[in-house]
Design a binder for this molecule. Structure first.
Ligand SMILES: NC(=O)c1ccc[n+]([C@@H]2O[C@H](COP(=O)([O-])OP(=O)(O)OC[C@H]3O[C@@H](n4cnc5c(N)ncnc54)[C@H](OP(=O)(O)O)[C@@H]3O)[C@@H](O)[C@H]2O)c1
Length: 402
């Protein structure tokens, strides 16, 4: 407990700890008392030097409660948005103290107190304004944040190969896994030569019942810093025309494999208290997607699984991120049997994921994908989204599969 408290206090200078304590007092003791226990006739709230009394004070009291609640959270977590707002609020309080003092005590006393208050609280506002770096997340190299090996599933092509390249450039030795061994060997040579990292190849079919366990067994002697659950495929076409075996394989690869591999790798990460788990989902998982019905459902599974895991593992040293790409230039369209269409580069999709890792539970690559996913999902009923999405996927689906 002592160590924990010391670590918490060491995150900010003493005067900011005092401010935090003040916010805690105001949010949890004074403001609730002020709102619920203080008689209306005695209530006073001051905003920008102007005093409200009685019911006007009572009704505006929740604003102060909200501000101090936010202050408690912001200082405790040292959130980046605290920097400008805390400084501006302190500046407003400095002015308020001065105006209030001059108004309420005519003559020299009022001015003296007012200017003293302005100088003291103003100095606090300046100190808060200058403490911006304290509120910024520390940009630490990925390999320092998650020391150990990076394991990338689906590394023989597309997004997985790009994950391996960018992680190797960041200094990670890489375990490359997929079914096509010769592709993995070529990538391993490239990474060893270009980035000077060690590599290990694990050729495994992750859609088989033992696939996940075989991969985990091959990692037994390694400390895994980053696990990228990326292997996956889609299948375009009308559900009743699709092969049942292939659909089952898709569910096994896109859903079961990340669950099994993560479950087997996670305990060692938790023992070390450090690690990152990425899951490649898709914007397709944000909505019903006719002509990709099962694929979209597998990606919805990945999103919900990953986001829940993010919350469970938060504060235990493990960061979880679900990457949700839109159309990306890989072998995906060919494997899924789609007609070729425009797509983002795998390099930019992976860069988006690595930049967001440790900051949030999921990230959609590309602003247009983001807009489509959020606007559609929030503003339209699912029936309308399904019909609109059907129109889009029809364009990418060969006539005989529609
Ligand atoms: N490209 C897109 O437009 C797009 C958009 C959103 C999400 N995604 C997601 O991104 C991830 C990567 O796909 P991608 O676009 O990079 O496609 P890709 O170029 O086809 O790569 C798929 C990777 O998965 C591996 N894989 C396929 N079946 C496997 C199996 N049974 N066991 C082990 N590995 C297997 C493939 O390797 P082998 O064939 O050698 O086994 C390959 O390395 C997938 O989860 C996909 O759903 C892609």
């Amino acid at each position: 407990m002592g160590n924990w408290l010391q670590k918490q206090l060491a995150r900010r200078p003493w005067w900011m700890n005092a401010l935090l304590l003040f916010c805690v007092y105001m949010a949890f003791i004074y403001e609730p008392w002020d709102l619920f226990a203080k008689p209306v006739s005695r209530d006073v709230e001051v905003f920008l030097g102007y005093a409200f009394h009685g019911w006007a004070a009572k009704l505006t009291n929740p604003i102060h409660w909200f501000i101090y609640g936010l202050g408690t959270y912001g200082f405790w977590r040292m959130r980046p948005w605290m920097h400008p707002w805390a400084a501006l609020y302190a500046g407003q309080v400095a002015l308020s103290v001065c105006i209030f003092s001059v108004h309420s005590r005519p003559g020299f006393g009022g001015w003296a107190f007012g200017l003293l208050g302005l100088a003291l609280v103003g100095a606090l506002a300046v100190a808060l304004w200058r403490s911006r770096p304290l509120f910024q997340p520390k940009p630490t190299a990925l390999s320092q944040r998650y020391p150990g090996w990076a394991v990338v599933t689906g590394a023989s092509a597309g997004i997985g190969a790009e994950f391996a390249r960018q992680l190797a450039r960041a200094g990670f030795s890489c375990v490359l896994t997929a079914r096509r061994e010769e592709r993995l060997q070529a990538l391993a040579l490239e990474l060893e030569k270009d980035c000077g990292v060690a590599t290990r190849i694990v050729a495994v079919d992750l859609a088989t019942p033992q696939g996940g366990e075989r991969l985990a067994a091959a990692l037994g002697d390694l400390e895994v810093g980053v696990l990228v659950n990326n292997a996956g495929f889609g299948l375009s076409g009308r559900f009743d025309k699709q092969d049942a075996g292939r659909l089952a394989e898709m569910v096994a690869l896109n859903c079961t494999a990340p669950v099994v591999v993560t479950r087997l790798v996670l305990p060692r990460m938790l023992e070390r208290g450090r690690g990152a788990i990425l899951i490649t989902g898709s914007v397709a998982g944000r909505q019903p997607l006719p002509l990709h019905a099962v694929y979209a459902a597998t990606k919805a599974f990945d999103l919900l699984f990953g986001e829940a895991l993010w919350s469970e593992l938060r504060g235990r040293g493990i960061d979880v991120l679900v990457l949700e790409p839109g159309s990306t230039e890989t072998e995906f369209q060919e494997v899924a049997g789609e007609l070729p269409h425009a797509a983002e580069s795998a390099a930019s999709v992976v860069a988006t994921a690595l930049a967001a890792l440790g900051q949030q539970p999921s990230v959609i690559s590309g602003w247009f994908n983001w807009l489509r996913a959020h606007l559609g999902q929030r503003l339209m009923p699912h029936s309308l989204i399904a019909l609109a999405a059907h129109r889009v996927t029809e364009r990418y689906t060969p006539a005989e599969n529609r």
